[in-house]
Design a protein around this ligand. Sequence first.
Ligand code: GLU
Length: 499
Amino acid sequence: MSVRTRVAPSPTGDPHVGTAYIALFNRAFAKQQGGEFLLRIEDTDQLRSTPESEAAIMQALTWLGLDWDEGPGKEGSKGPYRQSERSALYQQHAKQLVDQGHAFHCFCSEQRLNDLRERQREAGESIGYDGHCMHLSPQEVASKLAAGEANVVRMKVPTEGEAVFNDMLRGEIRIPWAQVDMQVLLKSDGLPSYHLANVVDDHLMEISHVIRGEEWISSTPKHVLLYQYFDWQPPVFCHLPLLRNADKSKLSKRKNPTSILYYQKLGVLPEVLLNYLGLMGGTMPEDQELFSFEQMAEQFRLDNMTLGGPVFDLQKLQWLNGRYLREQHNPEQLLARLHDWAFNSPHALQILPLLQQRIETLSDVAPLMLPFVTGLPSLQSEQFVHKKLDEQQVKEALQFMLWRLESQRHWHKDAILNVVTQTAQRYELKMRDMMPLLFAAIMGTSASVSVLEAMVVIGPDLCRARLRHALELLGGWSKKQAKQIEKDYQLWSASLETA
Ligand code: GLU
């Protein structure tokens, strides 16, 4: 059997380091085994998927050197590789399952499902569909369908016994069927759920090894059952331990920058990010610390991966990056890296129009340019003293701007301006009273170009990291405060949505 692996990101946000981590192990394993590595875009969630996110994921993987043998832009014989272009296939497979009695049409209303969940919650039962529509007669189903009643297709799931499957790292896993819901396979709009699309595609794309994050373990019983219903050979499953924050919670953008683009902007070298991610799980012989992708592909042992959640430690990543820069680059090579990173004409030409009107000599350019080539600026708390807001309100305003910026789907000047205006209104301030706080956090200096224009060029990831950095400088939040502020924020942002 030839080895075929894949990474299957959903394009619903910034390209996540977790995606790079999964892609790296999949690509290295495929290479080691002389197989192929695929990229599949799982964009069945039409509301949350965006072409910008898809483009950013592909760009980030390419920057890291994690290119794919088949996928968007590299069509092979098993395409298309975007799920939104494969709807007919899923419908056909859902129909097959219904015809064979493994799945059924469910006509239950949202209201009935909500009531059911409520009842189950009150009774302390596990939450899940109760099989109501499974018992409709074929005539009833036919007449409802003929009348055009809205419906979904659900898979049948045994009520007793256990799902049993093997995981490359954990051996046999058993999960009682009672914990597995009768999953929706096809939604009422005819689009597939993740589960159906994922299994159909893994089969049709001849994926031999499904190497993915451990958060999918609880979904695997449904997948294994689907393979059985279709009478297909399931792939080997290998669930990798999730990357963690320092406090061992799942790596999240609330606690760490998680976007690959952030690390790119910070000036982390792509091969260092790969090396660092490759260290997670300790799969290299003799705990080797510095290695290239090629060395990893040759020597790592996927089945040796340790299961303790590896901590994504920014300091360690920066330390490793420093070693590469110092030990593996002469000045010419360093110059070439700087050129690739930010010291190049296209980047300079984005910045120069913003500052050209403010200079008298060429040497005036350097300080004005600084915020564009800095990671996290060195800040002083005095920069955040405000004439109209107290310390607590300053922090709160920065936090609210950060969260509002996090929720922007598109990053442009008007969207950023809108966030500042809304925040100013909350404190009954004029825009020009709110601006200095943002300016201090983002630019770090007392004089530079317009912060809004600069933020567009600096990009969302680094801007958010700088706001987070300012918040940390101001002391961050205690657990109790964090809860309260989150509540206040929810209320405020809900009021903005409805305004
Ligand atoms: N689309 C899923 C994700 O975003 C893929 C999970 C899998 O690999 O099966 O992670």
